[in-house]
Design a protein around this ligand. Structure first.
Ligand code: UDP
Ligand code: MG
Length: 312
C-alpha cells in the first residue's frame, strides 16, 4: 500500500495564489510518485473568487478536496478544520502564497521515513522582506515567551510542517477554542526535526497580518501557554507593599526627629498615580485570563462549514 500525504492549505482571499500554488504542488507530487496525495483547501470565508478557483480544481483533479467556511474564522480555525477532515498517513500544513515552498516536502518526508522523526518543522532563519520593526518585536516576543513558558517556542518557526497521523491525532485531542498552534505543536511533543530556510516573499496578493493583529496574536500565545504574568502581578504587589512599608518607617523617623513641616504633595501625587497605574495593569492581566476562560466556557464551535467538495 502506498503512503498518503494530505496537504492542508488555508486560503483567505487567495484567488491569485491558488493556481500558482496548485501548479507547483502538482509538480512536487509528480516527483514523489511513490506516494498518494490529497489536497485539502480550506476556504476561510474569502470575499473574492477563491471558492470558485477551488471548485474548478476539484472538478479537474479528484485529489483536490475543499472545505468552505460560512465566514472568516481565522487561520487557526482553518488549520484545525483541515486536520479534522484529512485522511492521509502523513499530514502537512501549507500557506497558499508559496511562502512555504512545496519543494521542501520530499526532504521532510525522507526525514520522517528514514530517520524516524515524528514531525518535521520549518523555520525561517532570515526575515528578509519584513519591516525591521516587526522583526524586532517578533524576536522580543520569542525571548519573553520562552522565559515564561515551559513549552518551547522556536523563533522563526512556521506552521509549515509534516506530521505523522499519530501527532495529528494528539493535536486534535487539544480541543481548546483559543488555538495557538505554534504552542500546540510543541506541547504534544514527539521527535521533531527543524529544517531551516531563507524567507520567501509571497507570490501574489498581500499579507493578512497587520501589526496590531500580530500583537494580539502574541498576547494570545502568552495567555494560552503560561500563567507567569499572573504570578508577576502578585510579586509586583508584594514589592510595592515592601517599598510602602519602608517609606512609612522613614517618614515616622523623620517626623519624630525633625518635626512635621508640610509639603511633599508632588511626590504624593506621583506615588498615587504610579500605584494606581500598576493596579490597573494587574487588573488588565487578570482580565485577559478571565476573558479567555469566558470564551472557553461557552464551548462555541471553532468553525462552521457551509459547503465541501461533496456538495459539488
Ligand atoms: N489565512 C487564513 N485566514 C485568515 C488569514 C490568513 O486562512 O484569516 C491564510 C492565508 O490565506 C495564507 C496563510 O493563512 O494562506 C498565511 O497568511 P499570510 O500569508 O497573510 O500570513 P504571513 O505569511 O504574512 O504570515
Ligand atoms: Mg504569507
Amino acid at each position: 500500500m502506498k503512503d498518503k500525504i494530505s496537504v492542508i492549505v488555508s486560503c483567505y482571499n487567495e484567488e491569485e495564489s491558488i493556481p500558482l500554488f496548485y501548479k507547483e504542488m502538482n509538480e512536487v507530487s509528480k516527483q514523489m510518485n511513490h506516494v498518494d496525495f490529497e489536497f485539502m483547501f480550506v476556504n476561510d470565508g474569502s470575499s473574492d473568487n477563491t471558492l470558485n478557483e477551488l471548485k474548478d480544481l476539484a472538478h479537474k483533479d479528484n485529489r483536490v478536496r475543499f472545505i468552505s467556511f460560512s465566514r472568516n474564522f481565522g487561520k487557526e480555525a482553518a488549520m484545525y478544520a483541515g486536520l479534522e477532515h484529512v485522511t492521509g498517513d502523513y499530514i502537512t500544513l501549507m500557506d497558499a502564497d508559496l511562502q512555504d515552498p512545496p519543494s521542501m516536502l520530499p526532504v521532510m518526508y525522507k526525514y520522517i521515513k528514514e530517520n524516524d522523526y515524528d514531525q518535521v518543522g520549518t523555520r525561517r532563519v532570515t526575515r528578509k522582506g519584513e519591516p525591521p520593526i516587526r522583526s524586532f518585536f517578533a524576536r522580543m516576543f520569542y525571548k519573553i515567551i520562552n522565559k515564561m513558558s515551559k513549552v518551547e517556542m522556536v523563533d522563526g518557526a512556521r506552521d509549515y510542517r509534516l506530521m505523522t497521523r499519530q501527532v495529528v491525532d494528539s493535536i486534535l485531542q487539544l480541543k481548546e477554542y483559543n488555538r495557538y498552534s505554534k504552542g500546540l505543536f510543541s506541547f504534544v511533543g514527539f521527535k521533531t526535526k527543524w529544517l531551516e530556510y531563507e524567507n520567501v516573499e509571497r507570490v501574489a496578493g498581500e499579507t493578512k497580518w497587520s501589526f496590531w493583529k500580530l500583537f494580539k496574536y502574541a498576547i494570545e500565545g502568552i495567555v494560552a501557554f503560561t500563567t507567569a504574568p499572573l504570578s508577576m502581578a502578585a510579586i509586583l504587589g508584594v514589592i510595592i507593599c515592601l517599598i510602602a512599608f519602608i517609606g512609612i518607617i522613614v517618614i515616622i523617623v523623620k517626623t519624630l526627629a525633625f518635626g512635621d513641616p508640610t509639603g511633599g504633595w508632588p511626590s504624593m501625587v506621583c506615588i498615587l498615580l504610579f500605584v494606581s497605574g500598576i493596579q490597573l495593569l494587574c487588573m488588565g492581566i487578570i482580565g485577559q485570563y478571565l476573558a479567555k476562560t469566558y470564551l472557553e466556557t461557552k464551548k462555541r464551535p471553532i468553525y462552521i462549514i457551509k459547503e465541501t467538495e461533496k456538495d459539488l
